[in-house]
Write a protein that binds this ligand. Structure first.
Ligand SMILES: Nc1ncnc2c1ncn2[C@@H]1O[C@H](COP(=O)(O)OP(=O)(O)O)[C@@H](O)[C@H]1O
Ligand SMILES: O=C(O)C1=C[C@@H](OP(=O)(O)O)[C@@H](O)[C@H](O)C1
Ligand SMILES: [Mg+2]
Length: 168
């Protein structure tokens, strides 16, 4: 049995927003690993990318994820968490991993700050490139995949609770 729910998916899929709703519904704690990184570095994600580059952000993210040791929490990861196999395996020990699957068109509508959101990508990587590169990784680590296209926030939280019940 697992004790946490970890949300993965593209930026804009709803990990942070739905995570807090789930935590309230289930009486779990909530961790947004982006916030954890910003607190530990005392910088925004974008500042880390600007000052040190996106690979350093990915390394910091991996190190923070490997330190996570929680029970009964919803964990909203950053979209780049899946680049670390070690981090994903660590989270999977105590978590049901849920992939919030959203199409590129809707992600584009939700994300207006693609260049300032601290996305861990090389300069010439477009959102399309990222989507293509990552979907395989999200599917690889997911225990449960949720098609988010038609779901408002509350319906999505309800769907996640239903589909993770068997794991918890
Ligand atoms: N199910 C949903 N339907 C419509 N908009 C949503 C939904 N979930 C999140 N959003 C909106 O999408 C944007 C990105 O959500 P966020 O939770 O920050 O995504 P992530 O943490 O996956 O990057 C926010 O403006 C949020 O309000
Ligand atoms: O997809 C990415 O490369 C990233 C997404 C961000 O989180 P969200 O997925 O919550 O936007 C954040 O973790 C980080 O700056 C890298
Ligand atoms: Mg987020």
């Amino acid at each position: 049995m697992k004790t946490n729910i970890t949300l993965i998916g593209m930026p804009g899929a709803g990990k942070s927003t739905i995570g807090i709703i789930l935590a309230k519904d289930l009486a779990y704690g909530f961790l947004d690993t982006d916030v954890l990184i910003q607190i530990s570095q005392q910088k925004t994600l974008q500042d880390i990318v600007n000052e040190s580059g996106y690979m350093v952000l990915r390394d910091i993210e991996e190190a923070e994820l490997l330190k996570v040791n929680l029970k009964r929490h919803i964990i909203a990861t950053g979209g780049s968490a899946v680049y670390s196999d070690a981090a994903m395996k660590h989270l999977a020990k105590e978590s049901v991993i849920v992939f919030l699957d959203l199409d590129l068109e809707q992600i584009r509508k939700r994300i207006h700050n693609f260049d300032t959101r601290g996305i861990a990508r090389s300069e010439n990587q477009t959102i399309e490139d990222l989507f293509e590169e990552r979907v395989t990784l999200y599917k690889k680590y997911a225990d449960v995949t949720i098609d988010c296209r038609e779901l408002d926030q509350d319906s999505l939280a309800f769907e996640i609770i239903n589909k993770t019940k068997a794991f918890l």
